[in-house]
Ligand binder design. Structure first.
Ligand SMILES: Cc1ncc(COP(=O)(O)O)c(C=O)c1O
Length: 386
């Protein structure tokens, strides 16, 4: 039985064109971009070109792009870097209860180090409300960090509206755009975004590379000390293969954005139609209207996430819970807990299916039928928990 990959929000398969460019660059462009000889200059040329490509996608200046090892490092640099550089103006930070752990755990680290953090709640649709931002904002707030698209539910947050609330406030605005980049048009200048995190492996690029956009007026402390790379924001010889692969992935993404969105929206509809035809009881987490086309988060009443995931895997369907697995058990999702309360059974019976490059209509329909088969089996048993 062939396996069907429906976990693109976790990571995406690398595009063969990306791989081919990476191989060429790794083999042929081995100079250090900081060297002044011709080998170094050749590498520098590739690095500058890639930086320009990244900047263009979000309407930033080239010098505002800091290459990092991925989304996690970009979030760490955004939060800790801004906190340390701006603590003379205040020690209060606002974020949300539904952020990725790259942000949440960083915020908790800052709390342990004397900063005060407000975690904004969300409603049952997984949305942050502007009046909550307004209520939390204080004169000593130095940073507001709200993710663009939630990685578990796919819910799109009102990022532009939040940014516009901060125009006359000292606080910088950061958004983790790891799940939004490539699907949503972003213009950091128009949208009022000061800092923005991106990761290559979510857009069919390589793992271990991403960037942080930091506007030129953002005060940012360096966290990784060493050479003067990345305008002294991140020491260390650049990951040239990764940078080149990331650039190619971004170029492909730019040419296919609209078509991909339409395609994935179709997959989402198709998947739900099959479940309905098969009479599977389910509830959507996050309304289809406010979510990206790539992510479907579905609660299956009467089931337990671990047994569903194991049974799906046996049927050759790779999906996930958005929540963390520890020692074979799945912790209730912090995102769904924020939406419904921690006692709600949806926090432990919800599955995330995410579409992308590895899918076509036939394997999406097939995966939905296999999912229905698993649900019939588990629901008949009735013993899968709640
Ligand atoms: C919203 C979000 N932020 C940050 C990250 C971390 O990115 P990376 O895996 O590149 O460190 C992820 C990855 O799952 C994510 O979904």
């Amino acid at each position: 039985m062939n396996s069907i990959y429906l976990d693109h929000a976790a990571t995406t398969p690398i595009d063969p064109q990306v791989l081919s460019v990476m191989n060429t660059v790794q083999a042929d462009v081995f100079g250090n971009p900081s060297s002044i000889h011709s080998f170094g200059r050749q590498a520098r040329f590739h690095l500058d070109e890639a930086r320009h490509t990244m900047a263009q996608t979000i309407n930033a200046q080239d010098k505002e792009i800091i290459f990092t090892s991925g989304g996690t490092e970009a979030d760490n640099l955004a939060l800790i870097g801004t906190a340390l550089a701006n603590e003379h103006k205040g020690r209060h930070i606002i974020t949300t209860a539904i952020e990725h752990h790259a942000t949440l755990h960083t915020a908790e680290y800052l709390e342990k180090n004397g900063f005060e953090v407000t975690y904004l709640p969300v409603d049952e649709q997984g949305l942050v409300h502007l009046d909550e931002v307004d209520k939390a904002l204080r004169a000593d707030t130095i940073l507001v960090s709200v993710m663009y698209v939630n990685n578990e539910t796919g819910v799109i947050q009102p990022v532009k509206e939040i940014a516009s609330m901060l125009v006359d406030h000292q606080a910088f605005f950061h958004t983790d755009a790891v799940q939004a980049f490539g699907l949503i048009d972003i213009d950091v200048k128009k949208d009022g975004i000061d800092l923005l995190s991106v990761s290559a492996h979510k857009i069919n690029g390589p793992k271990g590379i991403g960037f942080l956009y930091a506007g030129e007026d953002v005060l940012l402390e360096t966290l990784q000390h060493g050479g003067e790379q990345e305008r002294k924001h991140r020491g260390g010889t650049e990951n040239m293969g990764g940078v080149a692969g990331f650039k190619t992935a971004v170029e492909i993404m730019g040419n296919t954005k609209r078509a991909r969105s339409d395609l994935y929206e179709g997959y989402k509809t198709l998947f739900l139609e099959v479940l309905e035809e098969e009479n599977i009881p389910f509830r959507l987490n996050g309304s289809v209207k406010t979510t990206v086309p790539t992510i479907l988060n579905i609660s299956f009443p009467g089931t337990q996430v671990e047994s569903v995931l194991i049974n799906l895997d046996l049927e050759g369907v790779a999906a996930s819970s958005g929540s963390a697995c520890t020692a074979g058990s799945v912790e209730p999702s912090h995102v769904l807990s924020a939406m419904y309360g921690s006692d709600d059974s949806r926090t432990t019976n919800s599955i995330r299916f995410s579409f992308g490059f590895a899918n076509h209509e036939k394997n999406v329909a097939d995966a939905a039928r296999r999912t229905a088969k698993v649900m019939h089996r588990l629901m008949k048993k009735g013993g899968a928990g709640s």
